[in-house]
Design a protein around this ligand. Sequence first.
Ligand code: NDP
Length: 407
Amino acid sequence: MARIVIVGAGGVGNVVAQKCAQDGATFGEIWLASRSLGKCDAIAADIKEASGVGIKTVQIDADNVGETVEFLKRVQPEILLNIALPYQDLTLMDACLEAGVHYLDTANYEPPETPHFEYKWQWAYQDRFREAGLTAILGSGFDPGVTNVFCAYALKHWFEEITTVDIIDANAGDHGLPFATNFNPEINIREITANGRFWEQGEWKEIPALSVSRDFDFPDNEIGSRKIYLLYHEELESLAKNLPGLQRIRFWMTFSDKYINHLKVLENVGMTAIEPIEFDGQQIAPLQFLKSVLPDPASLGPLTKGKTCIGCLITGRSKKSGELETKFIYNICDHQECYREVKSQAISYTAGVPAMIGARHLVSGAWLKPGVWNVEQLDPDPFMDDLNAWGLPWQVQEADQLLEPMA
Ligand code: NDP
């Protein structure tokens, strides 16, 4: 049984802690460490009430490498799960290297001062992790994470080569509030207000933010047809590199008209800007101020009804027929079922369960491989089995069942 440290006690950290506590056979001692001890203690109390499992809590500043190393050396966990923010990725990787601990996260590094995320900073740790005999797994959430594993599974079992991938992410849940983001508002708004980008024939193509959209029929009557917008998303970068023969990869996400209208107004009045302005003698970044007045995503759990559907529409040359074939592989998740299980809405649930599954396979040894890896570089089979076992069952629509072929 492994001793693990989970850093971050937000919406996703709560799910990771709850799910790890459900798997006592794998995780013998769980530490939840975050900036605000009160949030860790509240999650620990919920877990104790739900399952009788006691987890340990501690206050740490993950930006402070020395403090984190001292804590890790004292506790000596096998794995650190970084469920804080992308800003902490490099300091936590540094701390893991110094303390001899395996590392896993769900989002790639982004410098706080620039809304630009890219894997280059974390891929640069490849030699150091390999030489230290440590494994770092990058992006083990849903997207990135499960979407990458879906592609790896399709390549292993269905296709000789994959030619195109469209990752499609629908949140058809409704929380009844005029405007709220379903994970960290600052990270979420930085992602959506950035220019869209996709990869085609070896080149990145850029479009103005939210300028390309279309309708897509989802394979669930409750979700139905929704408008999806082309965005840049981090898994495009690693999949474009790791899927041989790929000709095009894009990412799409649903947004309601209400959400887009609020976002446009906030952007037009300067509230999504990240450069600090002076207000009352203080330097304030408008987006950080906005975050502090928006609903905490963790508070949306009891309010949100409806479902999510996240999947990959994959075209490739079939191993069986040798012809080009398209399949849609996806998961449907129900917000209220998630809330009943772990007091969280489905966005945090779909991100948190795969982090726990990734950690299971570090512990089992299936994903233990010194170096720095995106999840599509590891064996997809045990992970796919665990999605079915741990709350995120997947389904496949074959070519003749597809409602909406994508041009
Ligand atoms: P939250 O903002 O709800 O939680 C972040 C947590 O990290 C908070 O508890 C926060 O502390 C803590 N934290 C922040 N800075 C530090 C620090 N310096 N030291 C210690 N703790 C710190 O975010 P979410 O739970 O919504 O998201 C967590 C991560 O999951 C993000 O990186 C996000 O990008 C990623 N994510 C990934 C998805 C995927 O599918 N791959 C989907 C959704 C999210 P405090 O409480 O004091 O603010």
